[in-house]
Write a protein that binds this ligand. Structure first.
Ligand SMILES: Cc1cc2nc3c(=O)[nH]c(=O)nc-3n(C[C@H](O)[C@H](O)[C@H](O)COP(=O)(O)OP(=O)(O)OC[C@H]3O[C@@H](n4cnc5c(N)ncnc54)[C@H](O)[C@@H]3O)c2cc1C
Length: 440
């Protein structure tokens, strides 16, 4: 039995565009008073929703409860760029690839998670929020092209299909001649992330009880685990923590999780004439040749640009930082879309990524009947779904073969001691972003 006080709880600021363009959600149900459940999940992002849905399949007659500090879709799950990527995607590397064995396993596991999301989208009628569209990689420089050729060779060695695109073809798709070439890979699904995660929560609501705006301030583990929120308390014999980097706030994986934020801006809706001036296709998502560059998405009449990573060990950003980085987005946007002039951004936001130095997730049983799925290294739409789903399998004792694969993965390694982290991490991010040059 042990006590875990939350040293901090999440407080994401700034309305994300993905959340902002959806209709307002129904009023939240806040956890008040004392409750009991058979299964308790803390965190309603991709991992929490996947754990809840998988449990509802494995133990359909048991009481499953999810608690989140914020509204569903308000946290990182509704703030991301929505690329649900099947292929290797090492953000810390130079060309997204890793070793062959590692990458084959990664692809198999990522695809299982994409299928799980696809089945949720089918079951709950969320096809508008989940589209198997594939992703483009765009190179803005000759160096970027070399990186993409490297990536293509890696895909060839893995037997994975791709299409090489030249600048004019990319212009037909994106409307801009900013890119000198690119690579298309077909297996990525594109999500409206806030729409998808909110839709899954809504779809689950007849089988799973979800409390929102209910920050968990402490956990007491034992025969029955008890979770205390600001206004209530709930006990259950089995607990799954899907709180991403906030695992560390409860004292788990201390000094092993790296808290980084990344940022996005979304334009206002473009008029018909602005869309005509832009040209290109209405829906596409493009990842930069350099992992530190700018991700761009067009979703019909709006464009979203994401770039810049900052090291925020206190797990929060603020309006000032979001605004400062917004000016960087504007420069990246105008460089790519000069034909759109000074079109303003309607939404700007930042969100929390949890990384580990060895790109390993936080997964497994950390205390008796306390399971975790988090730290998805910036790929949580897919890997959060994967580890959330597998945490449910592990907790329910099912014999899903990927549970063993996940348990065999390394755990996050220790970070470097202070002051190396607080000096080194921002410097390394700065240098990597500088290296991205025009891809930024
Ligand atoms: C701008 C941006 C772009 C990104 N782009 C992509 C992308 O294209 N593809 C991709 O795969 N990933 C992307 N990511 C990363 C992705 O958003 C995360 O990896 C993903 O959201 C992690 O899912 P999760 O469910 O593990 O955690 P989260 O989505 O962070 O969910 C954790 C939940 O736990 C809750 N919580 C935490 N502490 C407590 C507490 N004490 N009490 C109660 N609840 C608590 C939080 O409120 C939150 O809702 C991006 C992130 C950002 C910010």
């Amino acid at each position: 039995m042990s006590d875990h006080e939350a040293v901090r709880t999440p407080a994401d600021t700034s309305l994300s565009g993905w959340y902002g363009i959806l209709p307002p959600p129904k009023a939240p149900e806040v956890l008040r008073g004392r409750h009991k459940a058979d299964w308790l999940i803390v965190g309603a992002g991709f991992a929490g929703m996947a754990a809840a849905r998988r449990l509802s399949q494995l133990v359909p007659n048991e009481r499953i409860v999810v608690v989140d500090a914020q509204r569903v879709g308000w946290g990182a799950a509704g703030r991301n760029s929505g690329f649900m990527i099947d292929l290797p995607h090492e953000l810390g590397g130079e060309n997204y690839g890793g070793s062959q064995d590692h990458d084959r396993k990664r692809i198999r596991m990522n695809r299982a998670a994409i299928e799980f999301s696809a089945s949720a989208a089918d079951e709950y009628g969320l096809q508008g929020f989940f589209v198997r569209a594939g992703k483009f990689h765009g190179a803005a420089t000759d160096h970027g092209l070399t990186v993409l050729r490297d990536f293509e060779s890696h895909l060839t060695s893995l037997g994975e299909p791709f299409e090489r695109l030249d600048g004019p073809v990319l212009k037909k798709i994106t409307g801009t001649d900013f890119f000198v070439g690119g690579t298309f890979t077909p297996g990525t699904a594109m999500a409206q992330p806030a729409g998808l995660v909110r839709g899954i929560a809504e779809g689950l609501s007849s089988r799973v009880k979800i409390f929102e705006n209910s920050p968990v301030t402490s956990l007491q583990t034992g025969k029955l685990h008890t979770v205390t929120t600001t206004e209530g308390e709930i006990s259950a014999p089995r607990l799954i923590l899907t709180v991403n980097g906030h695992l560390e706030s409860f004292g788990f994986f201390k000094k092993r999780l790296l808290h980084v934020f990344t940022y996005a801006s979304m334009t206002r809706a473009l008029s018909k004439s602005e869309q005509a001036a832009l040209g290109g296709e209405p829906h596409w998502g493009l990842i930069p040749a350099d992992p530190m560059g700018s991700t761009i998405r067009r979703i019909g009449d709006r464009i979203v640009v994401r770039n810049t990573f900052t090291y925020n060990p206190d797990m929060s950003t603020n309006e000032k930082q979001v605004r400062r980085i917004g000016a960087v987005h504007d420069r990246s946007f105008r460089a790519r879309f000069p034909m759109l002039g000074q079109i303003p951004m309607e939404f700007r936001w930042g969100g929390h990524l949890c990384l580990s130095l060895n790109s390993a997730p936080a997964f497994g049983e950390v205390e008796e009947r306390v399971f975790v799925a988090g730290c998805c290294n910036g790929l949580g739409t897919v890997q959060g779904t994967l580890y959330g789903m597998l945490a449910a399998d592990l907790a329910a004792g099912s014999n899903h073969p990927m549970v063993a694969d996940a348990l065999n993965e390394p755990a996050p390694v220790r970070l470097y001691p202070e002051p190396l982290m607080s000096i080194g991490a921002p410097l390394k991010l700065w240098a990597m972003q500088k290296r991205a040059g025009r891809e930024f």
